[in-house]
Structures are given as structure tokens and as C-alpha cells.
Write a protein that binds this ligand. Structure first.
Ligand SMILES: CC(C)(COP(=O)(O)OP(=O)(O)OC[C@H]1O[C@@H](n2cnc3c(N)ncnc32)[C@H](O)[C@@H]1OP(=O)(O)O)[C@@H](O)C(=O)NCCC(=O)NCCS
Length: 185
């Protein structure tokens, strides 16, 4: 990432823009690496990330700067609740945080054609993940919506006693025009 902020000749240091696009199979290893570097996210198997990058690619987003993946968002339309858009994980490389990238990926996702018909965005978050609560509250605010929170998966009953409770956040989605704002289909 340092290369993107280096001076080029006499030009002032200017970070190159971050481009959002759908993932492809070749992104799998970089996505797995980014998640591993993004505590407290659970690591998924490489195979899981590959399926997300391919079969679920229409509801996943990668963010790229100078050919390097600095952001990842995974999601899907739950078969049991097709009018929802579920966000599984959001990860931003430590060197790209604080620039609004996570919020930008969420907004790009809900504007994609693959989000058409979704009336609510859902996700689950552990109680202590302040950054995540702030992110989804900011998303709700910027879309003129609200966030409700209820327990979805309980530590003892659903998570083997080894993972904190997961609370579901539900954010109703106001009607949104669906179009491609990304560079690459
Ligand atoms: C959470 C994460 C994705 C945020 O990425 P980001 O690009 O820096 O976030 P943004 O710049 O878009 O910020 C969006 C909002 O979240 C808030 N936020 C971001 N990181 C925060 C932090 N560490 N602590 C508190 N608030 C934070 C921002 O202040 C902003 O809210 P505001 O508009 O009310 O000020 C990133 O820190 C990350 O990858 N963390 C590790 C993985 C993780 O916990 N993911 C959570 C979702 S599954």
C-alpha cells in the first residue's frame, strides 16, 4: 500500500482511488488473507471464500487499490427470507480504514441489480464489536433508515459456548434505484 502514497517525481503524494467491483475466483486467496488480518472476524475456509467470490459474487464486493484487495464485503439473499439482503462479513485493510470504505461498499451493494426487491438489510454482530455497530448505524443513518437489534444466535445454545452471542441488526431499506456504479461486472 505504501507505493500508492509515494511521491511520483515532483507530484504531491496522492493516494490512488479505490475501485469497487464484483469478486472473481482468482481473488480467493487475497480475500482469505484480508479476513485473517481483520480481527475479530471468524476465518472461513478457503473453499467458503471461493464460493462467495463465485456463486455469491453478485452480492459480494471487493475494493481494490493498485491491484491489491483492501476491502471485502460478503453477503447473500437468504433463501428463507428472499426479501432480505444479508451481510455476512465486512473487512477493510488496516491501512485503508477510516476513509469511509466500508460504508461505500455497503452502499454499492444495496444499489446493485442483485439487491432489487430487498426491503431490509440484515447482519449479525457481537455485542462488543463497536466498529461494526457504528458502521451499520452510520449506514442506516445515511439511508434515512433505522436499526433494530435482537438476539439471533446464543452462545450456549447455538455457538457451542465458545463464541459470543450474535445479535441481528435489521435495517429497512427505503426504495433505491438499482444500477451499476462499479467499474467491472
Ligand atoms: C469495521 C470496519 C469494516 C470499518 O471499516 P472502515 O472503512 O474504516 O469504516 P468507515 O470509514 O466506512 O466508517 C463507517 C462508520 O463506522 C465507524 N467506525 C469505523 N471504524 C471504527 C472503529 N474502529 N471504532 C468505532 N467506530 C468505527 C466510523 O466512525 C463511521 O461511523 P460515523 O459515520 O458514525 O463516524 C473495519 O474497521 C474492519 O475491517 N474491522 C475488522 C473487521 C470487523 O470487525 N468487521 C465488522 C463487520 S463484520
Amino acid at each position: 500500500l505504501n507505493d500508492s502514497t509515494k511521491n511520483r517525481g515532483s507530484e504531491p503524494a496522492e493516494p490512488l482511488p479505490i475501485v469497487l467491483r464484483r469478486p472473481r475466483a482468482g481473488d480467493g486467496p487475497a480475500v482469505t488473507g484480508l479476513i485473517a488480518a481483520s480481527a475479530p472476524l471468524d476465518n472461513n475456509s478457503r473453499y467458503c471464500n471461493l464460493l462467495q467470490c463465485t456463486d455469491f459474487g453478485e452480492t459480494c464486493v471487493v475494493a481494490e487499490r493498485e491491484g491489491r484487495i483492501v476491502g471485502w464485503l460478503s453477503g447473500y439473499r437468504p433463501p428463507a427470507e428472499p426479501e432480505a439482503l444479508f451481510v455476512w462479513q465486512v473487512a477493510v485493510h488496516p491501512q485503508a480504514r477510516g476513509e469511509g470504505l466500508a460504508l461505500r461498499m455497503l452502499n454499492a451493494l444495496v444499489e446493485r441489480p442483485s439487491a432489487a426487491g430487498a426491503v431490509v438489510l440484515t447482519t449479525t454482530i457481537t455485542e462488543t464489536n463497536d466498529a461494526s455497530w457504528r458502521l451499520f448505524r452510520a449506514f442506516a443513518r445515511t439511508r434515512g433508515s433505522t436499526l433494530t437489534k435482537t438476539l439471533r444466535f446464543a452462545r450456549e445454545e447455538h455457538l457451542g459456548g465458545v463464541h459470543d452471542d450474535e445479535f441481528e441488526a435489521r435495517i429497512p431499506l427505503p426504495p433505491t434505484p438499482h444500477h451499476d456504479t462499479e467499474t467491472d461486472r
